[in-house]
Ligand binder design. Structure first.
Ligand SMILES: NC(=O)c1ccc[n+]([C@@H]2O[C@H](COP(=O)([O-])OP(=O)(O)OC[C@H]3O[C@@H](n4cnc5c(N)ncnc54)[C@H](OP(=O)(O)O)[C@@H]3O)[C@@H](O)[C@H]2O)c1
Length: 237
């Protein structure tokens, strides 16, 4: 799969969708961002609950990147990124439509978090079935790769901002070619230490890292950190 100048659909207008859209565009990819309702997303006039500017203000500062429905973004992408709220990602992907996703790589970045009882949110991840697996099961003709869900959005696209990029990102997925395409994208962002954890069931491991990530955020007082896996192996397969 050629990963240069790709058409990429990004489902999600939050900080992850925006960060990925900005970086991928800078790298020469042709991006469409997806949302449930274009008019209402463009009509937002106040910062969201995380203090980010309304989408239209962000868009003006970011090459007026195109915004469409989830369906339009999925149709556009050769590769589709799931950057929607994890608890409703399956709903978002159903709105995008199986016919627009079939045969495509889905890079799934979502985490299932329950914010209803305040901060830190409660992770709903379980060692029985990950969100990545549920997406793969619900859309069997897609090739789901879980990655980038274990760090903050700005670190995802700018790994060298921390420890000169000497830290780890994981990939999980059933399809070797799809994982290679995601690894190519990660390398283009500057990632060097990329660990292939195995098939999509291994996404249980990365989704279950969230409780410790959230507590580190509280303890360190900053979200600008990441995990680094150390070992004595000279090379990995
Ligand atoms: N924030 C981070 O740094 C970070 C780091 C690692 C992983 N993640 C994960 O990445 C994903 C995106 O995070 P985020 O902070 O950028 O944004 P978010 O607020 O978690 O999700 C925003 C997106 O979810 C969609 N959405 C919300 N409710 C929906 C519903 N009922 N049906 C369909 N879609 C719905 C929104 O659609 P509309 O556009 O229509 O509003 C929006 O596009 C999440 O799963 C998060 O856990 C985030």
């Amino acid at each position: 799969m050629n990963t240069k100048n790709m058409k990429i659909g990004i489902l999600g207008t939050g900080t992850v969708g925006r960060s990925l859209a900005g970086k991928l565009t800078e790298l020469g990819h042709d991006v469409v961002i997806g949302t449930r309702d274009v008019a209402s997303t463009l009509a937002e006039s106040k910062p969201n609950s995380f203090g980010e500017p309304p989408f239209s203000a962000w868009q003006e500062q970011n090459h007026n990147l195109p915004l469409g429905t989830f369906e339009k973004a999925a149709l556009h992408g050769e590769l589709v990124i799931n950057a929607t709220r994890g608890t409703v990602s399956l709903d978002a992907l159903h709105l995008a439509g199986a016919k627009n996703l079939n045969g495509k790589v889905i890079l799934d970045i979502a985490n299932e978090l329950d914010f209803s009882k305040g901060m830190p949110p409660r992770s709903l991840a379980k060692d029985e079935e990950s969100l990545g697996e549920r997406i793969q099961k619900a859309f069997p003709k897609t090739r789901v790769v879980k990655s980038l869900n274990t760090m903050r959005a700005n670190v995802m696209v700018n790994p060298t901002a921390i420890a000169n990029g000497d830290h780890t990102v994981f990939v999980s997925g059933n399809d070797a070619e799809a994982k290679r395409a995601v690894v190519d994208l990660l390398q283009s962002f500057g990632w060097k230490d990329i660990i292939d954890l195995g098939d999509i069931t291994s996404a249980r491991g990365t989704e279950m890292l969230l409780p410790i990530w959230l507590r580190l955020w509280g303890t360190l007082g900053t979200p600008d950190f990441n995990f680094k896996i150390v070992h004595n192996l000279k090379s990995r397969k």
